[in-house]
Design a binder for this molecule. Structure first.
Ligand code: CP
Ligand code: NVA
Length: 304
């Protein structure tokens, strides 16, 4: 129970220097992929405990763990006793005696934190309702790979500005020193409490044109996050003016990057033409999940 294990539970709790360390370790992992290199997970078994669907996160972690010398054990939460009501605390105390690390995708942020505490092995948040830290670390990496340092730049997020992805962007802005504009209707803007705690350069806009003007990166995410399906009709109605499309792109900087964490629902949060015009960036972003998360895993098992 508890220990000195290193966790990536949220960007809120990740020190800026650790973010920079992970981002700096990524280029060589990307460049040298497939060549004999360090295998810091040799002899280790990592469990992926997922309560929600996933394509990118699951595959990039499974492949990344194997490429670093470890074994990946995928556990759908419904197939283990969690699905029948066994507590996170007891599950963590069992798995912590058998596995060397855990990657968790679930609903409540508290569940990931409780798992990390009771398992005592490195634990990584692979998306909760509160945050998606691995995604935003990857997005920052992808921006910097193509455009140089993100500090001092402007990122505009359009859509559900209160979702997990937007919240991780708020913390990234606070810790890495860039401006974040959030274009969303009032009910989908980040809470004043979050903005106060983050103390970041975040401005919220109801008019999407104002939000994107002069931006270096335009970013969007699904309008109906996993777990919010009951609100789909209301969300689609309220968010429809916030579609990322060519009209808005024209107001950003001329060499603006357009990114999407995927999966994309064309015709909702992004139009087909804008998605396809930026597909190279968007799928580079998806690939980079693998490289950045290998840096996260390497950091998590490193002694310092
Ligand atoms: N972007 C992302 O996390 O994708 P998955 O839900 O497919 O893992
Ligand atoms: N906000 C989305 C991200 C999906 C990768 C969700 O939680 O479903």
């Amino acid at each position: 129970m508890s220990s000195s294990a290193k966790h990536l539970l949220s960007l809120e709790r990740l020190a800026p220097e650790t973010m920079r360390r992970i981002l700096s370790a990524t280029p060589s992992l990307k460049r040298d992929r497939g060549r004999a290199g360090e295998r810091p997970l040799t002899g280790q078994t990592w469990a992926l405990v997922f309560s929600k669907s996933s394509t990118r996160t699951r595959v990039s972690f499974e492949v990344g763990i194997r490429e670093l010398g470890g074994q990946a054990l995928f556990l759908s939460a419904n197939d283990i006793q969690i699905g029948r009501g066994e507590s996170i605390k007891d599950t963590a105390r069992v798995l912590g005696r058998m596995i060397h690390g855990a990657v968790i995708r679930t609903y409540a942020q508290h569940d990931v934190e409780e798992f990390a505490f009771y398992a005592g092995v490195p634990t990584i948040n692979a998306l909760t309702d509160a945050e998606h830290p691995c995604q935003i670390l990857t997005d920052v990496f992808t921006f910097e790979e193509k455009r140089g340092p993100i500090a001092g730049r402007t990122v505009a997020f359009l859509g559900d500005g209160a979702c997990n992805v937007a919240t991780s962007w708020v913390w990234a802005a606070a810790k890495l020193g860039f401006a974040l504009h959030i274009a969303a209707p009032r009910p989908y803007q980040p809470s004043p409490d979050l903005l106060r705690r983050a103390g970041a350069q975040v401005r919220c806009f109801e008019d999407p044109t104002d939000a994107v003007t002069g931006a270096d990166l335009l970013y969007t995410d699904v309008w109906v996050s996993m777990g919010k399906e009951a609100e789909a009709t209301e969300r689609l109605n309220l968010l429809k003016q916030y579609q990322l499309n060519s009209r808005l792109v024209a107001h950003a900087k001329p060499n603006v990057l357009v990114m999407h964490c995927l999966p994309a629902y064309r015709g909702n949060e992004i139009d087909t033409a804008t998605f396809e015009a930026n597909a190279q960036t968007i799928f580079d972003e998806a690939e980079n999940r693998l490289h950045v998360q290998k840096a996260v895993l390497s950091w998590a098992v490193s002694p310092d």
